[in-house]
Design a binder for this molecule. Structure first.
Ligand code: C5P
Length: 323
């Protein structure tokens, strides 16, 4: 009798705990069904790549530096600068000029669009940022670079004659007047304006062609598709300086700005042609002259450390031409 009673109690306890477990499971399932469909507890997937740049969960450091709301490019509605940006940006230049008057001339002339608003869970926008380092020589990266949706090149870095190592596709070229080169019809000219005169030069290059001199001689005009011109926002330059270069140097280098720009318009960023060669030599792949990014203007060493950290935190993949 005692055995039967114990068995009965055991069965009751088992049944009740199973019922409780089942109820809890059901309640949880209902919660997921109800709130999940409203996106309240479902994980937001920012893109369709295996790892997305803007996936905020995998790096606190990155999330603290990255501002998804920073204006990247100038357009007719966002040209007014915050006082602190305006002061900082104007202090970089020796030339005078009325910023508002100059910016007002930009958008009847160049496309006035909301660019790069096509991010989404179904897209995986891949970008190759190609710097000008000598470590590209002999790398055979050409086909890999060309495989990306966007291929961003910097300053004068040529493709002709170097296709095997650097590829032949260019979707964006980031330049300033002193580094500008002719582009084909499908490439975006992305101007990095360090001074008001740079914006004046851009306007002049597509209209009067009368500006031929900044602190050095500059081309009076260049071959480029006017409808693909973009101008980096001074606010963006200041943001890169503050958040990513952490105030080192006078302003960020073109390569560093291009890389951070890519982090804002791509879902996956592969970086080529940054850093020294295997022998520790810093030079361009297209000339023998030695280069240095550690000077009174750019903080090359700090930028390099930040780039290495971005790689460690899985935000970019560096291709150095050697292992
Ligand atoms: O020399 P230049 O500014 O035209 O090179 C473009 C960018 O490529 C640089 O701003 C730098 O970020 C990168 N670069 C590099 N190592 C080199 C040459 C260039 O990281 N040896």
């Amino acid at each position: 009798m005692m055995v039967l009673l114990r068995h009965q109690r055991y069965m009751t306890a088992l049944l009740s705990s199973t019922t409780i477990l089942l109820l809890l499971y059901f309640q949880n399932y209902m919660l997921v069904l109800t709130y999940g469909s409203y996106g309240l507890i479902s994980k937001k997937v920012p893109c369709a790549c295996s790892i997305c740049v803007t996936d905020r969960e995998n790096s606190n450091w990155f999330s603290e530096q990255y501002d998804p709301n920073i204006p990247l490019l100038l357009n007719s509605t966002n040209g007014v600068l915050h006082a602190n940006v305006s002061r900082w940006w104007k202090e970089l230049q020796s030339s005078a000029g009325n910023y508002t008057e100059v910016v007002d001339q930009l958008f009847p002339l160049f496309p006035d669009k909301e660019h790069y608003s096509d991010a989404g869970p179904d897209r995986c926008r891949t970008c190759a940022v190609v710097g000008n380092s000598g470590n590209l020589l002999g790398s055979n990266y050409g086909p890999l670079i060309d495989f990306h949706d966007f291929v961003m090149r910097i300053n004068k870095g040529p493709t002709e004659g170097y296709e095997k190592d650097v590829g032949s596709k260019t979707t964006h070229r980031i330049v300033y007047p002193e580094s500008a080169v002719d582009l084909d019809n499908s490439t975006h000219l992305v101007l990095l304006p360090i001074k008001i005169l740079d914006i004046q030069w851009l306007i002049s290059a597509f209209t009067t062609k009368n500006i031929t001199q900044t602190y050095t001689e500059v081309p009076s005009t260049i071959k480029a598709n006017k409808d693909k011109v973009m101008i980096l926002h001074p606010e963006f330059i200041r943001y890169v300086y503050d958040n990513w270069a952490e105030g080192h140097g006078l302003y960020p280098s073109t390569g560093f700005l291009s890389l951070i720009f890519a982090l804002h318009i791509c879902d996956k960023v592969n970086v080529f042609g940054f850093g020294a060669t295997r022998d520790g030599i810093w030079h361009h792949y297209f000339e023998k002259i030695l280069t240095s990014y550690e000077n009174s203007i750019h903080a090359g060493r700090f930028e390099n450390e930040t780039i290495n950290r971005l790689q460690r935190e899985n935000k970019i993949v560096m291709h150095k031409g050697w292992t």
